[in-house]
Design a protein around this ligand. Structure first.
Ligand SMILES: NC(=O)c1ccc[n+]([C@@H]2O[C@H](COP(=O)([O-])OP(=O)(O)OC[C@H]3O[C@@H](n4cnc5c(N)ncnc54)[C@H](O)[C@@H]3O)[C@@H](O)[C@H]2O)c1
Ligand SMILES: [Zn+2]
Length: 358
């Protein structure tokens, strides 16, 4: 597998590099225009990875840093203002390059700042979580939360380049690694059953962070996501498949209160529920369901939903954005490796799946 992927969107073309323990400054340098650089990171990632990048870039550029507090709760207008404040205070202009150094929260915020500062400036991503390497850094979605809804304010803004350094995953908490792995497994289930077999063979190597194997997994995931995004940059059709397990997962996230379950953990249970419904619809075998359950367990992901009544789950589901004209649409599997968006499922079977008291 090549260590580089060119992402092709209708608006733009850019490379993602898959590296391990690389000199970050050297890799991003060719993609910086002008002399001004603003690195945005958070308090957790800063002590781990900032210094090498900053010192390397300072040899050739004027480098400023904006360190935000760590957490989804800071993905707000108030905190994105801190990014604008540094840009304004330093009199940075249209030639500035914004570099996101961190997970999906930092990536989404920095991308949105880049999309909006002076109507759009150069943007580079250095994703440092598994989730951000395989998911949020591909596809050009950027944004922040509103008190009344996640990711409600945003823009499509593609980076000039993405540098995914697998080595950064070594400092990632194990729970976050597993949560990211849920999205990795998702690609296999919706796109490619041969990738599922590959994951079955390689999950233990991935979980102990074998860099070569991890590189291949991340590169394959980016390829899957890039393929979907290339076909559907503005999310009209195929991109919805990426929400596999997410409608079910959102029920758990909202019911339990955001923060208690990591997104990927809720998605893991959600994917199993969607798989169970696909089985009840007669599309999958019992053996298929077992494979999904086993691969989630191999990634140390939960497979049991918390106690939520069917009625509660249905109410929460009806608030999901995939409800079109009052009709709930779910992403189900026609077979392992092949997903469909459908409103054509049996409600009674959905209730059976949602009944966690069984
Ligand atoms: N733009 C998109 O298409 C898209 C897609 C999926 C998710 N998202 C967004 O991504 C966000 C979630 O991203 P995430 O899961 O990366 O969460 P995150 O950015 O909150 O990172 C998770 C935790 O890991 C820490 N961390 C990051 N890198 C580390 C490292 N190398 N070592 C040690 N700790 C590290 C962070 O500080 C944080 O505490 C959400 O806001 C979500 O909305 C966006
Ligand atoms: Zn997700």
């Amino acid at each position: 597998m090549s260590d580089k992927l060119i992402v092709d969107t209708p608006s733009h073309q850019y490379p993602i590099f898959f590296e391990s323990a690389c000199d970050m400054a050297e890799w991003v340098m060719p993609f910086i225009q002008g002399k001004q650089v603003l690195i945005v990171t958070n308090e957790t990632v800063e002590p781990l990875y900032l210094q090498a990048l900053q010192t390397g870039l300072a040899e050739r550029f004027f480098v400023e840093v904006c360190v935000l507090p760590d957490g989804e709760v800071y993905k707000t207008q108030q905190y994105i203002n801190q990014i604008y404040d540094v840009l304004m205070a330093r009199h940075f202009n249209r030639d500035v390059t914004l570099i996101a150094l961190g997970g999906g929260v930092i990536g989404d915020m920095t991308g949105f700042a880049a999309a909006t500062f002076m109507r759009g400036v150069n943007f580079i991503q250095i994703p440092t979580t598994l989730l951000s390497q395989v998911d949020s850094s591909v596809g050009g979605k950027t944004g922040i939360n509103h008190p009344q809804g996640k990711n409600m304010i945003g823009a499509f803004w593609q980076p000039r380049m993405v540098l995914a350094d697998m080595h950064t995953l070594k400092t990632l908490p194990k729970r976050e690694l597993s949560a990211g792995m849920a999205e990795v497994i998702k690609y296999a289930l919706i796109m490619d059953v041969s990738f599922l077999s590959w994951l079955e063979d390689n999950m233990s190597a991935l979980m102990r962070l074998d860099m070569q194997v991890m590189k291949e997994a991340v590169a394959r995931c980016c390829q899957y996501k890039a393929k979907i995004v290339a076909e559907d940059e503005r999310e009209s059709g195929k991109r919805a498949l990426l929400n596999f397990g997410h409608t079910f997962g959102h029920v758990i996230e909202t019911h339990e209160g955001y923060g208690k379950w990591l997104h990927g953990e809720a998605v893991a249970v959600g994917m199993l529920q969607a798989t169970q419904l696909s089985y009840k619809m007669g599309w999958l075998s019992q053996q298929d369901v077992l494979r999904v359950r086993n691969i989630l367990q191999a990634a140390n992901l939960p497979i049991e939903p918390p106690k939520i009544t069917v009625a509660q789950a249905k109410t929460l589901m009806s608030h999901d954005k995939k409800v079109k004209s009052g009709q709930l649409r779910l992403i189900l599997l026609k077979s392992l490796g092949s997903a469909v968006v459908t409103a054509d499922f049996d409600e009674a079977l959905l209730d059976e799946v949602l009944d966690s008291t069984q």
